[in-house]
Write a protein that binds this ligand. Structure first.
Ligand code: GLC
Length: 489
């Protein structure tokens, strides 16, 4: 078994070293794999096209926990069937009563969606229910919901309507973990299965088109769940929906029996979800980094509103997005609205700053695919048609030298209008930023955030297939995670 796994990892590594690029034979000194074989591996179902093109979504963690400025879910003292985490705890009764004060009178779903859209976000994922069990919609299956808070409104409905009105895609975050539900993992768990299947049915029936179902972890054994029935219902209600990889995630951890290969394939969903970090370079399987824009001062949590959290700079947000896109992934950037319903000023300022950034650099994000260069500390690349975009994070004396491209570079410009020059020979492609400009950039940005981030647009002579090009000193790591079938372990 071990041997077979090692082989499959090597195969994945090889696959990741090559992509189909729609241009000419590769001249670069890099591993190459037959493009026909590759295109099969790298093919995703057509229903993923929009998601692969759109790249950037807004994640929203919000609920009554914001009233007490504590971390959503995790601040509740009891976490049945889960670890305790490292956050400040509040007695269950106190946490569970917070909704009685939840009255976000300044919440304006339309405004929030317009802000996200202006920031270049194309989809939105909202915590319909987090681990604490509170439902942000008019569920008929539990009284612990937003209709029974002083606010008395269906927050999911308001967001869904705004998202549809403004042409974004809609996603529900749904935590299968439920630390306040009396039936959760009790007996054969059948009552709880009925409950959460019923809730998913509501969310996929009453809010128009739903594009993403973003599950978040669950404990227990495989036999505690009726996943086949769940997924059948999901696809019946929303045939085009994308489902993340967490519907059964952590079931594996609990020495919980072995799923059939079919069940494993079903519950691994459509994409992986590296959390709080940029996913590793990977072009053979879709992934999305979920990233809180603000982090708890101790480095923990920060998904929901906590006034003491530290918010990343706007430059950092843009760079993280670029790192995801050039690494083959999407980014779901999280905000945690305040109890009033508004965004904290730092998070709002970042979203506003992304608007002009996107106007200049958006073409290097949307509709692109990662490569041909393999990402590293230097930055990364993505491509579209005969154009390659380089997102460069590090410059040595205003200069970047990469292995040459197999096709002639006809033109090189820096998006945003700085002046650049380049040379291309049999070994290297070298790009220089104008020196005086580099000096002024050094003064303007903090090097710790690597804000020398610049986007170069290379226009290439038309051609055929191109393999991925490793950049010396930067090795592409593979993310193993849930792609590894637990049956092989
Ligand atoms: C983790 C946390 C949760 C958060 C999620 C976002 O699973 O438990 O609080 O909602 O990550 O990815």
């Amino acid at each position: 078994m071990m041997r077979r796994m090692k082989f499959s990892h090597t195969l994945f590594a090889l696959i990741a070293l090559c992509i189909s690029f729609g241009v000419s034979p590769c001249l670069a000194k890099s591993s190459q794999v037959n493009a026909t074989e590759l295109s099969e591996v790298a093919t995703h179902p057509a229903k993923m096209d929009w998601w692969l093109d759109d790249k950037f979504g807004l994640f929203i963690h919000w609920g009554p926990s914001s009233v007490a400025s504590v971390e959503i879910g995790w601040a509740r003292a009891s976490h049945p069937f889960d670890h305790q985490g490292k956050l400040e705890l509040m007695p269950d009764a106190e946490y569970d009563a917070l909704y009685k004060q939840f009255n976000p009178v300044d919440f304006d779903a339309d405004q929030l969606v317009r802000t996200a859209k202006a920031a270049g976000m194309k989809y939105l994922v909202f915590t319909a229910k987090h681990h604490d069990g509170f439902s942000n919609w008019a569920t008929e299956l539990s009284d612990y919901n937003s209709m029974n808070a002083p606010y008395g409104r269906d927050i999911c409905k308001e967001l869904a309507d705004a998202v549809h009105k403004h042409g974004l895609k809609l996603g529900w975050y749904y935590s299968t973990r439920d630390w306040s539900h009396p039936d959760y993992l009790v007996g054969d768990n059948s009552q709880y299965n009925d409950y959460y299947h019923g809730q998913i049915r509501e969310l996929l029936t009453n809010y128009g088109q739903v594009d993403v179902l973003w599950f978040d972890h669950v404990a227990g054994k495989w036999s505690d769940y009726r996943f086949e029935e769940l997924f059948e219902m999901i696809y019946e209600l929303q045939p085009q929906i994308l489902v993340n990889n967490r519907a059964a995630k952590f079931v594996f951890r609990h020495k919980a029996g072995t799923p059939t290969p079919e069940l494993f394939a079903l519950t691994k969903g459509d994409y992986e979800t590296p959390e709080g970090k940029i996913g590793n370079f990977r072009v053979d399987y879709p992934w999305e980094t979920c990233m809180p824009m603000s982090k708890g001062p101790d480095g923990h949590g920060g998904w929901s509103y906590r006034p003491e959290a530290v918010t990343a700079s706007f430059e950092k947000c843009a760079q993280m997005l670029a790192a995801c896109v050039t690494g083959g992934g999407n980014m779901l950037l999280n905000v945690g609205p305040m109890p009033s319903g508004e965004l904290r000023s730092e998070e709002l300022a970042n979203l506003k700053a992304l608007k002009p950034w996107m106007q200049t650099y958006g073409e290097s994000i949307y509709g692109t695919r990662a490569g041909p260069y393999v990402s590293g500390q230097w930055g990364g690349a993505c491509h579209k048609g005969n154009v390659i975009y380089l997102h460069v994070f590090e410059w040595a004396d205003g200069q970047l030298s990469l292995p040459t491209l197999p096709r002639k570079v006809l033109h090189c410009e820096a998006l945003g209008g700085e002046s650049v020059s380049f040379t291309q020979n049999a070994d290297a492609l070298t790009i220089r930023l104008h020196e005086s400009k580099m000096r002024s950039l050094r003064r303007t940005f903090k090097p710790t955030e690597r804000s020398l981030h610049r986007v170069l647009k290379l226009t290439l002579e038309p051609g055929a297939d191109m393999a991925l090009i490793p950049v010396e000193g930067h090795v592409a790591k593979q993310q193993h995670g849930t792609l590894v079938n637990p049956m092989c372990e």
